[in-house]
Design a protein around this ligand. Structure first.
Ligand SMILES: *[C@@H]1O[C@H](CO)[C@@H](O)[C@H](O)[C@H]1NC(C)=O
Ligand SMILES: *[C@@H]1O[C@H](CO)[C@@H](O)[C@H](O)[C@H]1NC(C)=O
Ligand SMILES: *[C@@H]1O[C@H](CO)[C@@H](O)[C@H](O)[C@H]1NC(C)=O
Ligand SMILES: *[C@@H]1O[C@H](CO)[C@@H](O)[C@H](O)[C@H]1NC(C)=O
Ligand SMILES: [Zn+2]
Length: 502
C-alpha cells in the first residue's frame, strides 16, 4: 500500500516535472510557448526529440488546420488577395513568424516576410516559402503548407539556440492564385523584381484597380514602393518551396515527398472559328461551314497530338516530358439545337517540361488547325495569348533537398520503430521511408505554375512536392496526411541544418 502510494507520487512528480520543464502542450491561443521557452534551458545544441515532434508535427499540423479556418466564407475556404480574411491570416502568420524568432514585416505588396541574419558575414540568404492566398472553395494545404512548414523548420532550427550561419528569409506570398485580379504571382513578381507597372491598373470584379486596393489596405500602391519589395540578386543564394503535389503520382509511388525537376512551360492559344450560320434542316451537308464540327475535329486532333484519347500510351510520347494539351473552354454562337453554328471559340492550353517539346506541339497544332480550316473553307484566327518558359530546378539544390529528405525519413522511421507505443500503424511510414531512399534523381514535373517560377528570375530554385490524397486540389476534397506534413517540415529543418553546417 505504502510502496504503491510512493510510486504514484514519484510518477506524478515526473509527470508534473515533465509538463513544466520541457513539454509544450497545445493551448487554445494562437500559438504555443515560444521555442526558447520550450527548449532545454542549458542551451544544448541538440534539440530534444519530443520538442522537435511538437514543433514539426503537432504544432505544424495544428497551425495548418487553424489557418484553414481563416476564410471570407463560413462554408468554404476563400482567401483572395487583401480580402478581410486574407488580412487576418497575414496577422496570424506574423505572430507565428515572430514566435519562430524571425524579424517580421509586411512589404508593400502585402507579402508577409520574416528574416534572421546569419552569423557569418558576406553570406547570401536562403529564401523559403509559398503563398497564403487561395482559390474559391480551396483546400487547406495549397500554399499554406509551404508557408507553415518553413516557419516550423526555422522555429526548430532556432530551438537549438545556435543562430544560423546564413541569413534565412521566410516569405508568405500575398497572391499566387491571381483570383482577384486575374493575374499570376503578384507577390513573388514583386520580390523577384519582375512586377510591371501595367499590373497596377488591373481591375477586380468590383472595378477597383490593384493600386486602389493596395492603398485601401494602407500600402502606398505605387510603382516606386513596389520596386523596393524586390530582393537583390547578389543577396540571395536560393529559393526553396514545399507544395502539395496537386496530382496523383506520389500517392501511386507510395512516397510522401518528391523533388521537382522542373516546372512546365505553358502556351495558351485562342481560336476563333467563323463559319456560316444556317438552318439545320434546309442547308445540305455539302457546302456547310459548321464551326462546331470544325472545333470538334480540332479538339480531337489536339488531344491525339499530346498522346491522349487512348488508355495505352502511344510510342512517340515520352511520359517524362509531361506534354499535356487541354481545350478547356468552348463557346458556341448561337448555340441552338436547330441552328448550324456560325461561330465557335476554343481555348488551347499546352504545357511540357522542355520548351522544344512544347513549341513543337504548338507548331503542329497550329498547322493542323490551318489545314483543317482551309479544307472546310472557313476562316480561323489563332491568337497566341500567353507563353511562359519552363523552369528547371537547380540540380545541386535539389540534391541537397533529396539528401535532407532521405535523412529525415530515416530518422522518423527509426523513431517510429523504437517507440513501443502505436505499434499498430507501423506499416505505412516504414514502407514509405524505405522507398524514399530509392530514386535519387527527381522525375516529378510540375504542370502547375508556382511562386518558384517567378523566383527563378531572381535566384536558383528548387521545389519538393508533398503527397496528397487522390491528387485533389483547388477543392475541399484536398487532403494531406499529418504524417506527410511532418515529413515535409522535418526535411526542410534537416535542409536548413545542413545548409548552416557548411
Ligand atoms: C538538457 O541538456 C542537458 C545537458 O546537455 C542534458 O543532459 C539533458 O538531457 C537535456 N534535457 C532534455 C530534456 O533535453
Ligand atoms: C491507341 O494506342 C494504340 C497503341 O499505341 C494504337 O495502336 C491505337 O491506334 C491508338 N488508338 C487511337 C484511337 O489513337
Ligand atoms: C469569339 O471571340 C470573338 C473575338 O473576341 C468575339 O467577338 C465573339 O463574340 C466570340 N464568340 C463567342 C461565341 O463567344
Ligand atoms: C553545390 O552546393 C554546395 C553547397 O552549397 C557548394 O559548395 C557547391 O559549390 C555547389 N556546386 C555547384 C556545382 O554549384
Ligand atoms: Zn499553390
Amino acid at each position: 500500500m505504502t510502496s504503491r502510494a510512493s510510486l504514484l507520487v514519484v510518477a506524478l512528480f515526473f509527470y508534473v516535472f515533465e509538463e513544466h520543464s520541457v513539454s509544450c502542450q497545445p493551448g487554445d491561443s494562437l500559438y504555443y510557448k515560444t521555442a526558447r521557452q520550450c527548449s532545454n534551458e542549458t542551451g544544448a545544441e541538440s534539440v530534444d526529440d519530443d520538442l522537435l515532434d511538437e514543433i514539426l508535427n503537432v504544432e505544424c499540423n495544428w497551425r495548418l488546420q487553424s489557418l484553414g479556418k481563416v476564410s471570407d466564407d463560413p462554408n468554404a475556404l476563400v482567401r483572395t488577395f487583401l480580402s478581410p480574411a486574407h488580412r487576418r491570416s497575414a496577422a496570424v502568420l506574423r505572430a507565428w513568424m515572430e514566435d519562430a524568432g524571425l524579424r517580421v514585416w509586411m512589404d508593400q505588396l502585402g507579402n508577409v516576410r520574416g528574416r534572421i541574419e546569419g552569423s557569418m558575414p558576406g553570406t547570401r540568404a536562403i529564401v523559403m516559402g509559398s503563398h497564403f492566398d487561395t482559390v474559391v472553395d480551396a483546400g487547406k494545404w495549397d500554399g499554406a503548407l509551404g508557408v507553415v512548414v518553413a516557419i516550423q523548420a526555422v522555429k526548430a532550427l532556432m530551438s537549438s539556440g545556435v543562430p544560423p550561419l546564413k541569413p534565412i528569409e521566410v516569405v508568405a506570398f500575398s497572391d499566387e492564385e491571381g483570383v482577384r485580379f486575374q493575374s499570376t504571382f503578384l507577390g513573388s513578381r514583386g520580390i523577384s523584381g519582375i512586377f510591371t507597372e501595367d499590373l497596377l491598373e488591373n481591375r477586380d470584379q468590383k472595378g477597383f484597380t490593384l493600386s486602389e486596393v493596395l492603398k485601401s489596405a494602407g500600402l502606398p500602391g505605387d510603382m516606386e514602393s513596389i520596386r523596393r519589395v524586390a530582393m537583390k540578386k547578389d543577396e540571395v543564394e536560393a529559393y526553396v518551396e514545399f507544395h502539395i503535389e496537386q496530382g496523383p503520382q506520389l500517392e501511386r509511388l507510395g512516397v510522401p515527398l518528391g523533388p521537382v525537376a522542373a516546372i512546365a512551360g505553358q502556351t495558351r492559344l485562342q481560336v476563333i472559328i467563323s463559319g456560316d450560320q444556317g438552318h439545320a434542316g434546309t442547308v445540305p451537308m455539302l457546302g456547310r461551314r459548321d464551326s462546331v464540327a470544325a472545333a470538334a475535329e480540332m479538339i480531337v486532333m489536339i488531344e491525339r497530338r499530346c498522346g491522349g484519347g487512348n488508355h495505352t500510351l502511344s510510342q512517340h510520347i515520352d511520359p517524362e516530358e509531361m506534354l499535356v494539351c487541354t481545350v478547356g473552354e468552348v463557346r458556341v454562337w448561337p448555340g441552338a439545337s436547330n441552328v448550324i453554328s456560325g461561330n465557335t471559340n476554343i481555348t488551347i492550353d499546352i504545357r511540357a517540361r522542355r520548351s522544344e517539346v512544347r513549341l513543337s506541339a504548338v507548331d503542329d497544332v497550329m498547322a493542323s488547325i490551318t489545314e483543317q480550316c482551309a479544307r472546310r473553307m472557313m476562316r480561323c484566327d489563332i491568337i497566341r495569348k500567353h507563353d511562359a518558359e519552363a523552369v528547371e530546378s537547380d540540380p545541386n539544390l535539389t540534391q541537397q533537398l533529396v539528401a535532407a529528405a532521405t535523412t529525415s525519413m530515416n530518422i522518423l522511421r527509426q523513431r517510429k520503430e523504437s517507440s513501443k507505443h502505436g505499434a499498430g500503424d507501423e506499416g505505412g511510414g516504414a514502407e514509405a521511408s524505405e522507398e524514399a531512399e530509392g530514386p535519387e534523381s527527381p522525375v516529378l514535373v510540375s504542370g502547375a505554375g508556382h511562386d518558384a517560377m517567378a523566383m527563378a528570375h531572381l535566384t536558383n530554385v528548387a521545389m519538393v512536392f508533398v503527397r496528397c490524397h487522390g491528387g485533389f486540389s483547388h477543392s475541399p476534397l484536398e487532403h494531406v496526411e499529418p504524417e506527410d506534413v511532418h515529413a515535409a517540415a522535418h526535411a526542410l529543418y534537416q535542409f536548413l541544418k545542413n545548409a548552416n553546417r557548411a
